[in-house]
Structures are given as C-alpha cells and as structure tokens.
Ligand binder design. Structure first.
Ligand code: CS2
Length: 487
C-alpha cells in the first residue's frame, strides 16, 4: 500500500511529490474523482504545488454516489492517504512514474454531506472543479436551458439544505458563502463540452434561479466559469492492468493509473478567487479557448466515438486495434478531412492537418490499451456534444453527407447492443430512461430517431435523409461493418 511512510523508500525511478505533504492545505474541491481527473487536473496541480508558496491548492475529492464501488475507492484513497501513482506511457513504451499527493482527502457526499457543504463554504476554497461527464450538466439540447424537471433536481429544489445533486451541493455552498460574506469562487469544468464554462454557468445559475433569483444574481456577479479545453487519453484500469502497472513500477498501489504522455489544458484566465501558477507547469492561458475546444472535441472525441462503436460492433477490444484496419483509418481520415476540418475554425497557429496526424498517432499508441467500451459509454450524450456542429454544417451547407449519414446510422445500430457476429454487449447509457433504452435497442427506425441523441439535428433530417440513414443501417446489418463502410 502507498502511504506517507512508503514515500521515504520509493524506487529511484519513481518521482515523489515535489513538496512536503505536511505543508499542503485544501484550496480546491473536486466533484467526480475519476481517472481522467487524476491524470489531468490533479497532475497539473501536483506540479504547481511544487512551486514555492503554492501548497495551498490541495484537492478534496467528492463522490456523489455511495455504493460498493464508491466505498471501495474511498477506502483505498483514505488508506493510502490520497496517494496514487501515475504511469505516463509513450507510444515507444517509455514510461515515467510519479506518485501524486495532490488529492488530500476524499469525501463520499451521501455520508458526509455537512462536511462537503462546509468545505464549499470555506474561505480557503477558491476553486470548485468538475468532471461530471458530458451528460452530467443536465442541459436540454433543444432549448439550451437547464432542466429543472429532472426528478433529482426537483427533489433538491424542494429541500435545498439537504442536497444530493452536484447543483444542489454547490449552490447551497455558494448560498452559505454569500450569507457569511466569504465571496465567490471559480467553478472550473474539466469536461469535454463546447464552451464548458458557459454550460456550467447555465447549469448552476439555472438551478439557483429556480431556487432564489437574488442568489442567482449574486452567483452571476461573484462566481467565474472559465471555458477550458482538456486533453489526455486516460484508459480504464482493470485488475490485470493494475497488477501490471505495479509490477513495472515496483509499487504496491491500490489505485494505480496510466495515461498517455501527451497532455494539454487550454484555459480562460478568469479565476474569481485566484489560481495556482499553472502557466509555469505547461497550462496554456488563452482568450481563444472556444476554437481549441471545437478542434479537440470535433476531431479527437468525435472520431474516438466512431472508432469505439465500430470496435464494439466488431468485437475488437482496444482503440489502436480498431484503427489498425486500413479501411477504418481511411474512413476516419476522410471524415476528418472532408467533413470536420473544412467546417472548423483553427485556433491561432494550429495546423488542423498536423493536429489530425497527432490525434491518429495518439490513438495508435499500443501501450494505452484503451478499451472501446470506455469511449462508447454514454454515446448518446457524447454524440450530441461531439458531432452536432459537424452534422449541422454538413447538412446545412449541402455538402456530401455520406459519412455523416453513416455515423448516425452506426450510432443507432450500435445502440441495439449486438455485435456483427450476433453476440451481445452491454449498452451503458446513464442518461436514457428505460423507455428510451427500449427504443434504442429496437429496430423501429422512426421511433429511434426520436431519441434525445437526435435532438440537436432532428430539424435538419428531411425524409430523404431519414431514408438514407435507414438504408445505411440495413447495410451495416446485412453486409457487416467493414463491407458497409462508406469509402
Ligand atoms: C473519450 C475521451 O470518453 C471519450 O469520449 O473520447 O475520454 C478522451 O479519451 C479524452 O477526451 C482525451 O482527452
């Protein structure tokens, strides 16, 4: 087990926290302590805390759900004093291991609700960061508004002092700050959304407005929501991968983690209550974040989603294996070149064709063993976030729509949960209701197009396009994945 004690005898190739753990005090509360957070935000904070005078940015993680898995994770973190190892792995197999100490504490909100609220209200908390997934912001894609009708949100609105949702917690924390005259803070989204800061503002101010218009006004004045582009491929860690990571690192870590060696974070410099010196550890501050976000989401995440659904339906486990099929590579190349890049504005100084090459070589990193099921989960929320502008531009501008039609057909076929060899796989769609899941799994094309996944472009689907999607679906099913690729 990793503990403060074990830091004294780390193998020589393992980097220890570059500061004294005793000096660290909490400055950040993070909701959604998943692997991506641990490999990205926590990694940057860790390095920033190695700078003189920056040790007041320790992170307290919050989990909103109890249950066996969450309890196990919480216990592991607490047993290890929040320590965990991150192995960064390059495509040529070169590894670099560090033990990260930035996660100071981990609270399971259902058991320690008051502690979470007190922390959110504390003057020492300057940033509340989020990785709550693309669908987690509860925004209605057709109206662009926060959905107050969601049962969990309704319950929090009815009993705001005993919240259960992330909106309820943070807004109650902000209410206490306002009451105590503590001042605002920064809500920092680290999710893959276009304009993730603006979306967060909509969500938290939308919730607050349904509760108390004055509080909503105070939040608008005192809380900032920087937009940010976040990027680092961070695979899931199975028991086998964990054992292998420990074997190679020589550590005995209960929660080891792996990520690619590439990492990027481009953020708007809008922090209401100060921030760590992130610019000194490789974070780019820019006013041009939206262009970076669009390029990343519409190129990397969008093609990742296509690859993952193709892999799931072919029974292929890892992204690099799916992409190693030349026809699949050709489809992704043609999709990026023909459909995405021409309808995208490049961020200052970024050559989108070079960017495409970097993305494809990152996807091909065999050391990642990035399972397709990680990326295909919550496909319906992701498709709306990652595909919308591309689908809309291609259809609105009357461009060749063959590949876009194919992607929409592929998504619907994927949702049936059947591999091309007839075996079934699990569909993980946390934001679909039972009824919607049934529709997704069915063959009923008319009904399936009514799924929320299609909200963002349904108005553009003429009868002709709907027929084309139906034909593409039939082709995928009858001919199989590779023969039906639109090349
Ligand atoms: C993936 C992302 O889950 C997904 O949809 O595309 O997690 C991807 O690995 C990261 O955004 C890379 O930065």
């Amino acid at each position: 087990m990793l503990t403060h004690e074990s830091l004294k005898s780390l193998p020589s190739h393992v980097q220890a926290p570059p500061y004294s753990l005793q000096d660290v005090t909490p400055g950040i509360v993070h909701f959604g302590v998943g692997n991506f957070f641990r490999a990205h935000l926590a990694y940057y904070i860790e390095r920033a805390m190695g700078l003189p005078g920056e040790q007041h940015w320790g992170i307290v993680g919050v989990g909103l759900r109890a249950g066996d898995r969450a309890e196990k994770k919480a216990k592991d973190f607490l047993d290890q004093h929040g320590l965990y190892s991150l192995t960064e792995t390059a495509a040529d197999g070169e590894r670099r291991v560090r033990v990260i100490g930035a996660l100071q504490d981990y609270l399971l909100a259902p058991h320690e609700s008051e502690k979470v609220l007190a922390l959110l209200a504390s003057k020492d908390t300057k940033i509340v960061s989020l990785t709550i997934t693309e669908g987690g912001y509860n925004i209605d894609e057709t109206t662009g508004q926060f959905r107050v009708s969601l049962p969990a949100v309704k319950a929090d609105l009815a009993d705001p002092k005993h919240p259960k949702t992330v909106f309820g917690y943070i807004v109650e924390g902000l209410r206490r700050r306002r009451e105590a005259g503590v001042g605002g803070l920064t809500i920092l989204s680290c999710d893959n959304l276009r304009k993730n800061g603006d979306v967060s503002r909509k969500a938290f101010v939308g919730y607050a407005r349904a509760l108390d218009a004055e509080l909503a006004g105070w939040i608008e004045q005192n809380v900032t929501f920087p937009n940010a582009m976040v990027d680092r491929i961070t695979p899931g860690v199975s028991a086998d991968v964990a054992a292998d990571l420990n074997k190679k690192s020589g550590l005995d870590d209960l929660q080891p983690l792996m990520a690619e060696d590439f990492t990027q974070w481009v953020v708007e410099d809008k922090f209401a209550a100060g921030r760590p010196a992130l610019e000194k550890v490789g974070v780019q501050f820019s006013d041009d974040v939206a262009d970076y976000e669009h390029a990343k989401i519409r190129m990397l995440n969008a093609s990742h989603l296509v690859l993952s659904t193709l892999g799931m339906m072919q029974g292929i486990s890892y992204i690099d294996q799916v992409l190693s099929e030349p026809k699949v590579l050709q489809l992704i190349d043609e999709h990026l070149d023909g459909d995405v890049i021409p309808t995208l504005k490049a961020p200052n100084g970024l050559d989108l064709h070079e960017y495409r090459e970097t993305i494809l070589s990152r996807f091909s990193n065999p050391a990642m063993k990035d399972h397709v099921s990680r990326i295909a989960s919550d496909s319906t929320s992701k498709a709306q976030v990652f595909w919308t502008e591309t689908v809309r531009s291609v259809l609105e501008e009357g461009r060749d729509r063959t590949r876009v039609v194919y992607c929409l057909a592929l998504l619907l076929e994927f949702l049936r949960g059947q591999r091309e060899d007839g075996q079934s796989y699990e569909i993980v769609e946390p934001f679909l209701s039972e009824e919607e899941l049934k529709i997704a799994a069915s063959d009923d094309f008319k009904a399936s197009i009514a799924l929320p996944a299609f909200d963002s472009w349904r108005d553009l689907l003429t009868d002709e396009i709907k027929d084309e999607i139906a034909t593409a679906r039939r082709d995928i099913r009858e001919k199989g994945i590779l023969p039906s690729l639109p090349l």
